[in-house]
Ligand binder design. Structure first.
Ligand code: URP
Ligand code: ZN
Ligand code: ZN
Length: 481
């Protein structure tokens, strides 16, 4: 008898390609065998359940450092708990650069905090100030340490980059074999509309979406793609909100550019009307880009089925509703410009996408696995260690009851954030156990991992991050500027 530490027995194994009835033998945290029938001293019964790769959430904000020394209200411990409760075993979060400072110090502090994690983790480095030191010395250093993706904002004060600064980041990424992720909205256009709305007395949360209509996102997406093409640098456009924007990415993909699109559950189930709830309640649904309309949800599913959008992350944000560090940081009467953006969703991501996608017949279960685990792992250099069920891969699994009906509540999210924008939503399909590197880390909603048991995931060179080698006039400007 083979010597396994744990056998997951009797389930239907789902990968990004196949579905099969098989047992999984785990040894030393890795998958050692996948076969018809396996035996071992410890067995996890998966009878009647799907066995899928643990979720990989490549866009979530956990205990992110804020200007002035505070942090997001979701800590590594609470955020990990929420991940495991929802079937996610790996995350890529964010280290922030503060304007006027470098990236090494905040990254060191962020890595220190992440030592409390219970899920495996890596980081995107946010660049807000691409000085000579940052682009020529510090980015090469962090890439050599395994932090192989950069994040830029084309909007938000004080984070946004202008086109010239964005080009510098793209060029630095190309020189170092790093990947770039982009928040695409037009900074000047949003400010212009915001000032006009406030001058007209339109201050309520619902005007958040009036300030940033689809065209503002579409323009920035088009521009980001054009500049990435100029530099010949692969990018992923973050949190695409509607088909109108995704069409820009589809056009780029048709031309062979290495441009990918991510979206989030909120763009399939929330609408701008949610921000029009009484009083301050609309603040719970404020995120950027803004949720669109019900008709846009169908367009988003089309984009998923066409393969234009191939990753669904949570964009989990660490702002409580009822807290002076959260949505009310500027008071409950704050105008929409002064309410922080972002919604929580670490634990809700898989149940919502399974229910809306698989249970409602919009996608099959292998597509669900690709969207939530395999594709993000590939795009960010974590594959095949993460995002797959294969011999040699980390034994990160979620055991899933495809028929269980659940009404989402914030208590089920097991997060530090005091609300979920998905409260009351009915889902079909629920995680009943999460296995992280061979350890049963959640069972029937009870998280049993230890803080500090998560591991940093250093990322080396990988295919998606490699440039195409197609440059205007054959001239590689990124070598010089
Ligand atoms: O509104 C959002 N998305 N907040 C989180 C930060 C970001 O833009 O990704
Ligand atoms: Zn963003
Ligand atoms: Zn985000």
């Amino acid at each position: 008898m083979a010597d396994f530490d744990l056998v997951v027995r009797g389930g239907t194994v789902v990968t990004g390609i196949d579905t099969m009835r098989a047992d999984i033998g785990i040894r030393a945290g890795r998958i050692a065998a996948i076969a018809d029938s396996l035996d071992g001293p410890a067995v996890l019964d998966a009878g009647g359940l799907l066995v899928m790769p643990g979720g990989v959430d490549t866009h979530c904000h956990i205990e992110q450092l804020r200007q002035g020394g505070t942090t997001d209200e979701e800590t590594w411990e609470s955020g990990s708990r929420s991940c495991l409760a929802g079937g996610t075993t790996s995350v890529v979060t964010f280290s922030m650069q503060f304007k006027g400072g470098g990236i090494l110090e905040p990254l060191a502090e962020y890595r220190r905090r992440a030592k409390q994690a219970m899920v495996d983790y890596s980081f995107h480095q946010i660049i807000t100030d691409p000085t000579d030191d940052v682009v020529w010395k510090e980015i090469p250093r962090i890439v050599s340490e395994g932090v192989r993706s950069l994040k830029v904002f084309l909007t938000y004060d004080p984070l946004h980059l202008d086109d010239r600064q964005f080009l510098r980041v793209l060029a630095a990424a190309r020189r170092n074999g790093a990947f770039v992720t982009v928040h695409c909205e037009n900074y000047a256009a949003i400010n212009w509309r915001t000032e006009a709305l406030l001058a007209d007395g339109r201050t309520a949360p619902k005007y958040h979406s009036w300030a940033r209509p689809r065209v503002v996102e579409r323009e920035a997406t088009h521009r980001a793609i054009a500049l990435a093409e100029l530099v010949d640098q692969p990018i992923q456009v973050f949190h695409v909100s509607c088909a109108e924007v995704a069409e820009e990415i589809a056009a780029a993909q048709r031309r062979g550019l290495k441009v990918w699109a991510e979206t989030c559950p909120q763009y399939f189930v929330l609408t701008a009307a949610d921000m029009d709830r009484p009083g301050f309640e609309g603040a719970k649904f404020m995120c950027s880009p803004a949720p669109r309309d019900a008709a846009d949800h169908a367009g988003m599913w089309d984009m998923v089925r066409r393969g234009v959008i191939d990753v669904v992350s949570s964009d989990h944000s660490g702002w409580c509703y009822d807290s002076p560090r959260g949505k009310r940081m500027n008071g409950a009467e704050a105008n929409f410009r002064d309410i922080p953006n972002g919604v929580p969703g670490l634990a809700a991501r898989l149940p919502i996408m399974f229910s809306e996608g698989v249970s409602k017949g919009r996608i099959d279960v292998t597509e669900f696995v690709r969207l939530t685990a395999t594709n993000p792992a590939k795009l960010f250099g974590l594959y095949p260690r993460k995002g797959s069920i294969a011999v040699g891969a980390d034994a990160d699994l979620v055991l899933w009851d495809a028929t269980k009906r659940v009404t989402l509540t914030n208590a089920l999210m097991q997060q530090a954030i005091d609300y979920t924008p998905f409260e009351g939503m009915e889902v079909t399909g629920w995680p009943v156990a999460t296995v992280r590197r061979g350890e049963v880390a959640m069972r029937d909603g009870r998280v049993q991992a230890e803080p500090g048991s998560g591991q940093f995931l250093p990322r080396g060179p990988y295919p998606a991050a490699q440039p195409r080698g197609v440059l205007a006039d054959g001239f590689d400007a990124s070598r010089f500027a």
